[in-house]
Design a protein around this ligand. Sequence first.
Ligand code: NAD
Length: 435
Amino acid sequence: MRQEPIKPAPASGRLGVLIVGMGSLSTALIAGVLAVRRNLGKPIGSLTQMGQLPGPSGQPDSVPFGEAVPLAGLADLAFGGWDVVSDDAYSAAKKARVLEDGLLALLKSELESIRPWRGIFDPRYLRRIEATHSRPPMGWLGSVEEVVKDIHRFREASGAERLVLLNCASTETYQELAPVHHELRSFEKGLREDDERISPAMIYTYAALKERIPVVNCTPSRGADIPALLEMSEELRVPVAGRDLKTGQTLLKTILAPGLKVRALGLAGWYSTNILGNRDGEVLDDPASLKSKQESKLSVLRGILQPSQYPDLYGDFVHQVRIDYYPPRKDNKEAWDNIDIFGWLGYPMQIKVNFLCRDSILAAPLALDLVLWTDLAQRSGLRGAQEWLSLYFKSPTVRNGQPVHDLFAQRQALDEAVQRIAGWARGNGKRGRHL
Ligand SMILES: NC(=O)c1ccc[n+]([C@@H]2O[C@H](COP(=O)([O-])OP(=O)(O)OC[C@H]3O[C@@H](n4cnc5c(N)ncnc54)[C@H](O)[C@@H]3O)[C@@H](O)[C@H]2O)c1
């Protein structure tokens, strides 16, 4: 079978970024992009801005990603979005206390001009936030229509030629997949019947897909990963990526666990605990929202270590994850890991990791990359789950089968995908419009 060539359309014109949730992460993203544009800081942590790709065969040097493929420039980004609280991006960034006041003061007028539109709210999915700036309940179909109207207004006002939707809203309560999520037909019936198993995150996603806008889910909430919406993204040929950005503790876990595995060292247990004091932490203080986060954090070790294939090394390990809301810490999370490993003849050893990170500082460059990559994917005619973007997520959305969690395997998949879009690699000949 011949490999279909991929020829991305040029990145001409403005790229509008539709953001659900103007909180710590999204304001760190917006203010960060404005700061980089004005040379007030460097986009550290962003692969699209600072990273390089192994060059085409025969060429020893690596090449900046932006030279290999046509990416939208930071000057072409326009931001808009929804929240259920009315703070503009400046007030929200001040409250989030991620970036220093001095920097925010320099960006004040641009940030103040970004005022969120009224969000779609359902108290069943978010119990720790008082929604003072939401749309009145109007049924799910009415809510979809309102979101679509906002999108049209923003497209018009910003002059954006292309759009990407980024879900950065609070973590919704955990929900199991139900029949309404299985197929697009049942989901649309659920919309007409205001099914309670449909959540606001799914409404924003559905509205964006309907408009053929790529969707990135930075949160653990269910969205484009449910089979019905994945089916829609395939049918309408729209790229999607998610779920839950891989920052902090999980990032380190997916760096360390492959290291243990490549040296055939055993794992008896991995105990992780976190404290954080931002609004995300407050929402996660609700056990139902916490369960969504824990599910995405717990999935990574099994995926990397493959206990069924390595029963002597990884057959019985215990994995526990705790997250505690501790207000004095604000966005500066602290994570401790106690890792019980074993070596030659089963002799035990311990590794202790203490990571003092800044969650949104780690997350903002990932969100920027994902906007630029999914826009590239759309201009390249790619659709459905973008598995080559797994590097960025705790629970990568995949079409079928198991997600890859090993950070190094994920990076290789990203490099290979970009090389293929650049026209440097032939790939395996089986994947057509999927990477
Ligand atoms: N901050 C990070 O570094 C980071 C890292 C990985 C994942 N995440 C995930 O990203 C999401 C956002 O994180 P954050 O730290 O910015 O949280 P945050 O609490 O600071 O911001 C979330 C914002 O979403 C708004 N919101 C809630 N429900 C909404 C709705 N239905 N429609 C519109 N807006 C809504 C809230 O009012 C709030 O302003 C969370 O799900 C979090 O788990 C964040």
